[in-house]
Structures are given as C-alpha cells and as structure tokens.
Design a protein around this ligand. Structure first.
Ligand SMILES: C[S@@+](CC[C@H](N)C(=O)[O-])C[C@H]1O[C@@H](n2cnc3c(N)ncnc32)[C@H](O)[C@@H]1O
Length: 250
C-alpha cells in the first residue's frame, strides 16, 4: 500500500498554484535559452525521440512550445496541451494559428480521439500530478498500438537527497516551492514519489518500459555555462523514460 502525504501548496487556499500565467513570458524566455532546458532537458528528449519525421506527436504540458517547435522542425505533426492559457498563447504565437493547441488539465480526460498519436511527449510535467493513473491511462488511450510515451521528471533521488528535512523516500508526498521569473512569483506544488511508484504507474497503465535515462548535458554548454555544465555532468537532475504502448494487450 503506497503512503501518500499532502502538504498545502500555499499559505492561503485563495492562491492559485502551479499557475504559469503570471510569468509566462519570462518563464518562456528562461526556458528557451537557459542551460537546464535548452542544453540538458530538451536535447535529451529530442535524442530519445529520434527520427520523428511524419509522426503525430502530442506535447502534454507543452508550455510555450519549444519542444513542439523542435519536433515540428524535424518533420513531426505536433499537437499540444497545457493548463496555462498564457503558455498556450505563447505556443500559438510560435507555432501559428493553425497549430492544434488546447488549454487543459492533464488530470482530466484528454480532448483527443483514441489512437490519435504515434508519440506523447511529457517534459517536466508529470511531477505536478498527484495521481498518475488517470493521466497515463489517457495517454495510453490516445496512443496508437506501438506508440511511445517519452517523459522527463524531477529525478526522485534528487528530491530525497537535497530536501531538508529529508522526506520518507518510499512515500508519495507533496511539497511546495516558489518560482520567480521577471519579478513575479507563483506557488508551485510538486509530487515526489519513489522510482518504483513511477515504474509501477507506467506498467499499471499498460506501458512497457523501454528506456530509463540519466543523460549528460549538451557538450555545447561546456563553454557557454561552465559551472552549470560541471554540475549537470556530475550530479543527477532529471530522469527520463521511454515507454511503449504494446500492440496487443499484455
Ligand atoms: C516546467 S514547465 C515545462 C513546459 C514544457 N514542457 C517545456 O519543457 O518547455 C511545466 C508546464 O506544465 C504545465 N502544467 C502544470 N501542471 C499541469 C497540469 N495539471 N495539466 C497540464 N499542464 C500542466 C505548466 O502550465 C507549464 O507550462
């Protein structure tokens, strides 16, 4: 039986949590060229995705669309969904009015038909969700048999190692943080869970685990961000998964 402990996200319930709307532009600019996203997370996702030309891809938690844009440049046909209307507006500005972009919560059913996609990519979004079961079931539903879910999350060992007091590793627990960009702050609420809870959730949703990856940063970061490069190449940061939706029920 999994242990689950919730922590209020913000001192006041009136404060909206995980709300990127207030600093969407500034966050997007940071994400666009900052070392963690542009030289570590995004290159890793693109490398795991491999050849995507002609593939229909859903970017779940697409933010301002930098990964969607990179996948489209490589020939994919990309749709996106994100809870923040402002982030989706930025993605639309980047990808154009014709792009299939939706505002929606990944805790809710996805507004796409069965088997609509060859891949779902989910960059740095699953750790905002308490219960992965319904979300992963929906991702599996919208994937064609043989399709892939490629996801990155906060590495569970980082959460355990750096937080004080050190949490119960085996419990699924929430914690709050504050993000500030461009002088604006927002309360963020994350859910950390042990590695086995992640892999159990994937397999319970019917996915087959193909790859677990702890990639190195892009070598181009060595000169541009020498200190960050040293950190990212010697310490754990994010954890990456490639999961396959089997062709026949297992
Ligand atoms: C760290 S940003 C990553 C954005 C994008 N995937 C990227 O890597 O550039 C997290 C994104 O997840 C979105 N998000 C958080 N919780 C969500 C939820 N429950 N449903 C949909 N999107 C969510 C936020 O609005 C934000 O755009």
């Amino acid at each position: 039986m999994d242990r689950v402990t919730d922590t209020p996200a913000a001192p006041s319930d009136a404060v909206r949590v995980n709300d990127y709307d207030g600093f969407a532009e500034d966050y997007a600019a940071h994400n666009e060229s900052g070392v963690q996203n542009a030289y570590y997370e995004r290159p890793a996702m693109l490398s795991l995705a491999g050849q995507v030309s002609g593939r229909r891809i859903l970017d779940a938690g697409c933010g301002a669309g930098p990964l969607a844009a990179a996948l489209r440049e490589r020939g994919a046909q990309v749709s996106g969904i994100d809870a923040s209307a402002s982030m989706v507006a930025l993605a639309r500005r980047r990808l154009g009015d014709e792009a299939d972009l939706r505002v929606g919560d990944l805790a809710d059913p996805l507004p796409f038909p069965d088997a609509a996609f060859d891949d779902v990519v989910a960059s740095l979004v699953l750790h905002y969700l308490r219960d992965w079961g319904p979300t992963l079931a929906e991702m599996r539903r919208v994937l064609r048999p043989g399709g892939r879910l490629i996801a990155s999350v906060h590495h569970p060992f980082v959460d355990y190692a750096i937080q004080d007091p050190r949490p119960d590793y085996f419990a699924t627990t929430s914690y709050r943080d504050e993000f500030s960009f461009g002088g604006r702050s927002a309360a963020m609420k994350f859910w950390r869970r042990p590695l086995h809870a992640m892999t159990d959730a994937f397999t319970a949703a019917g996915f087959r685990l193909c790859v677990i990856s702890e990639p190195q940063p892009d070598p181009a970061a060595r000169e541009l961000f020498p200190e960050d490069f040293q950190e990212l190449s010697t310490k754990i940061g994010f954890l990456f998964f490639v999961l396959e939706a089997p062709s026949a029920p297992e």
